[in-house]
Design a protein around this ligand. Sequence first.
Ligand code: TPP
Ligand code: MG
Length: 596
Amino acid sequence: MSNCPTQRMKIGDFLLRRLEEAGIRDLFGVPGDYNLTLLQQLQDTGTLKWIGTTGELAASYAADGYARLNGLGALLVTNGVGALSAINGVGGSYSEHVPVICICGSIPLRSIDRGLGMHHTMADGTFDHFLDAYAQVTVAHTRLTPRNAASEIDRLILTAWREKLPVYMELPSDIAYLDIEVPAGPLVLAQPPSDPERLRSCIAAVAGKLAAATSPAILVDADADRFGVVPELMELASKVQAPLAVINAAKAVIDETFPHYLGIYGGKASEPQVREAIESSDCLLSIGYRPIEVTTGDFTASLPVDTIHARGHSVDVGDDNYQAVTLKEVLRGVIDAVAPARSRAPRHAATAVVSAHTDGSAKLTQAAYWQAIQSYLRPADVLYVDNGTSFVLLGLKLPPHCTFIGSINWGSIGYSVGALLGALTAAPHRRHLLFIGDGSFQVTAQELSTILRHDHKPVIFLINNGGYTIERGYLGKTEPYNDVANWAYADLPKVFRPDSTARSFVVKTCGDLQDALSAPNDTMIFVESIMDPTDAPAAVIGSSNKGAELDYGPRGPQGRDSLQLRPAKDEAAQPSRAFSPASSMPKADKRVGEMT
Ligand SMILES: Cc1ncc(C[n+]2csc(CCOP(=O)(O)OP(=O)(O)O)c2C)c(N)n1
Ligand SMILES: [Mg+2]
């Protein structure tokens, strides 16, 4: 900073300026006495727009959803009570690799200097509990002081952006209005350039392996999206004619209508042609692969031993590990270095699900529901899925340019409602469709109020099945611990906004669902679908049953009579494809042609 031009600025104003320069236009959170100084500065400077949420947990989910579409997101909480309410969501951002800046208006430095006990603390004369807690769920954390603020604000914002991980900073309430010297120039978000020799060698190694391969393939995890390399991956796949698969945590990261897109890979939960292409590839390039049980068909995924593992800032090729390289530069170099492949054997492509004839007066089932949803999807929709039977959405075939927002690794119920608020704020002109169960919805339902307050127009598909159906497949098929209170869900838009124009539907039959799906998207649409607590797609139940084996072991109670929801006999015989609706839907009366 020494040779750069500087200027004097208040610490809070500088922080807001840096957030704005980093592309953040909205700040989520809840006011509290310790953060009101920064909030007043936000108000006076007009830098960011304040989106007050009903609680900090939802604010952390909103900042995450916002960051997924915007590249960075931020929330503001108050000391202790606010920070700990948000920590689940920030932990989720870490698990899902989402760059979120959590700012905590914290107790004044004067209290720390003088050892004054304050509210929202443990009242034990110490002040680092929450900083220490956040050290576990962030890539960088700091308490700002007048000495470190200029450099620490930049370090944390840049680190979040470069690593695609959350950070936490405490802004003591008595320093926001203090003048310090800060850089006059804007913050530049850029990855550090690669080491030239490492980059050259890495590109040569990857390109060499691809050139020698007869069946190259690419396997994509969510980091491909976070590090912004999807265009490069599609260009590379086209140039070397390589099929591209994603794991379910990266649903829709690759446009599902892209000719080289193969489908979702998850070991034996994959379609056979996807499994074959990935597991028998003689040059598999994986991008940010982070396998866990629910993304690998319970650890049945098996990548070739010499898979090239590329991550945001390093690459493994054979015995070599390349450091100081950035993913984008590596992929660009590889694209330039490889010769275009002429042609390879045509790939098998996924078969689209087609609608079976349904009787309008028939009681709505999960099978009929997901078939109808499949035909409701439109290009460029933003789709959200929460935990539960709504996971079936992972098996639907998405039109071009759709975005999928889920939390497959972290899996905290209620995430999607907060994420919906955040992503609606980042991209208000796209159509947003939320798929959620009653149990998940009850965690963050009140955030519907913020969504309505800002005139957003999402479509909310809520399955009311009386409780935690996906859990019934683990344990407690009919136990009361898996039941939830029955709410008048479809009435909630009116409760949360009395002048709401939202269109609400309570759907009991296939015909009711068709009525709801024909409603125009000029206002919020809330579709509450009543379904049986034991109606669940075979793939979801199968996955829960297997999860119980893993979680509870051979001495667990899951084998006891009727303690576990099981797939119907005829469905159990079918191969279990992870969350594929095909395995639980009625037989289609015709198959549509192969789609590439
Ligand atoms: C914060 C949190 N608490 C508990 C869980 C455990 N859990 C996972 S799914 C689920 C139930 C989801 O039920 P619902 O949303 O109604 O979906 P359904 O399967 O009934 O469609 C629960 C409680 C969790 N994932 N996250
Ligand atoms: Mg439910």
